[in-house]
Design a protein. Structure first.
Length: 436
């Protein structure tokens, strides 16, 4: 039995390091980002918007949540531009430090009782900065793995950045769940702050790994060439407008599932279905494990049969399951809530979003790939997840508690992705250096 050549061993070791960096870095970013979304569902309405009524407080809390999603395309634009000009790795270090700093500041934020209206205003400002940070993170983390991988495994490699999101969600949910076991008064007074402050430790771990990762080889080749280039965003919007529109549309279904089942459904389960907050958070964490498994399965499958087929299967599942999932959510039973989250977060999101990283990256050439994928994905996140919690809460309120308008809205968002994927080219067999 012969051992692998030293160069091959070194390449395999570097690939493992890149995949770990992609996964852990994104997990840390989404730990912070989703921690805010979860806290907005069960905490911030009472802490920062007390005295305006339960329904209005929830809408205001989800409004601050939406502010972060609105900022995500800005992060995709800024860090995408720099990532296409300076490099993928440097931007990932900056976004990780920015996100960690903001989360710690949220954990230290005074309440309205201490500083008045400045408290919710600062909360919105910090949420916007979170959005900018996470907007620049995913594209770079995904591309470092995607551009290093062999063609037959690009979908799986790219999915590590997407797997980081549910992994970060699991950790954030469990930490917040542990804090929520405190007496309610203590949890609202200081217990909810602990998960935000823990971000400092996670960021330190992420930086140790991320600083050891090498730059993307195809970007290094591009940077070594002496040629004039347009601003990446201008080239994306003028040279690849159709591909950009496809990237946006194709990402909406996965983001809608996250916004509805990962944020709004939690507040509904606690407030309308009157389930215990700790049980709801634990169920969400368990569903997050299912999401990771479904992402792996979908990404692996996309390397075999193509990104389009897998994503179209996910969108069809979302259309068929929208009404049953919301019926399960209304049941008021923890077991049925888990089934709803498993179907909505794990299955639907897993198969619509698992292959998305490779799908979007294969739409753009190397010189604008960071900008194209980041801006496309983050715009989809804004449209698909940023406003769905507040819209779902408003639709349910207007319908007197009935959830059928929410199901109809979910199906409509999913249909956008179905159309985008149908008109898209299949990219799994493309050579990266030949795209564009």
């Amino acid at each position: 039995m012969t051992s692998a050549p030293p160069q091959q061993v070194a390449e395999q070791r570097e690939m493992r390091r890149i995949l770990a960096s992609s996964f852990l870095g994104t997990a840390i970013e989404y730990y912070d980002f989703i921690l805010y979304a979860t806290a907005a569902s069960i905490v911030f309405g009472e802490v920062f918007f007390a005295g305006v009524g339960e329904g209005v407080a929830l809408l205001l809390s989800f409004g601050t949540l939406a502010a972060g999603y609105v900022a995500r395309p800005i992060g995709g634009l800024v860090f995408g531009h720099l990532g296409d000009r300076v490099g993928r790795k440097a931007m990932l270090v900056v976004t990780l430090v920015l996100m960690g700093t903001v989360s710690v500041l949220i954990g230290l934020l005074p309440t309205p009782g201490q500083i008045g209206v400045a408290a919710p205003l600062l909360l919105v400002t910090l949420r916007i900065l979170q959005g900018v940070a996470v907007g620049g993170e995913w594209g770079g983390a995904m591309l470092l793995a995607f551009e290093r991988a062999r063609k037959r495994t690009r979908g799986f490699a790219a999915s590590f950045a997407y797997m980081g999101a549910p992994a970060g969600t699991i950790v954030a949910t469990l930490v917040l769940s542990a804090a929520s076991t405190l007496p309610r008064a203590e949890f609202l007074a200081w217990g909810w702050r602990i998960p935000f402050l823990l971000s400092a430790v996670l960021v330190a771990v992420g930086l140790v790994i991320r600083l050891k990762v090498a730059e993307s080889p195809v970007f290094t080749e591009l940077a070594a060439g002496a040629h004039e280039r347009k601003a990446p965003v201008l080239e994306v919007l003028t040279g690849y407008p159709r591909n950009f529109a496809i990237a946006v549309g194709a990402g909406i279904a996965g983001q809608a599932a996250q916004g509805l089942m990962g944020a709004w459904a939690l507040s509904y389960a606690v407030q309308q279905a009157t389930l215990d907050p700790t049980a709801v958070l634990n169920v969400k964490a368990l569903a997050g494990v299912g999401t990771i498994l479904m992402i792996i399965a979908a990404a692996r499958l996309s390397d075999r049969i193509g990104r389009r087929r897998v994503m179209l299967g996910g969108t069809a599942g979302a259309v068929l399951l929208a009404f049953p999932i919301l019926w399960l959510l209304q049941s008021g039973e923890v077991v049925l809530l888990f089934l709803a989250l498993f179907l909505g977060l794990s299955v639907v999101q897993g198969f619509t979003a698992g292959p998305y990283g490779a799908f979007a990256a294969e739409l753009f050439p190397t010189r604008v790939r960071y900008t194209g994928t980041s801006l496309g994905y983050q715009t989809a996140a804004t449209l698909g997840a940023g406003f769905t919690p507040i819209l779902a809460a408003g639709l349910a309120l207007a319908a007197g508690g009935s959830l059928w308008p929410v199901a109809v809205g979910w199906i409509a968002l999913t249909a956008v992705t179905g159309v985008a994927v149908l008109v898209a080219p299949e990219g799994k067999d493309k050579e990266l250096r030949e795209i564009g």
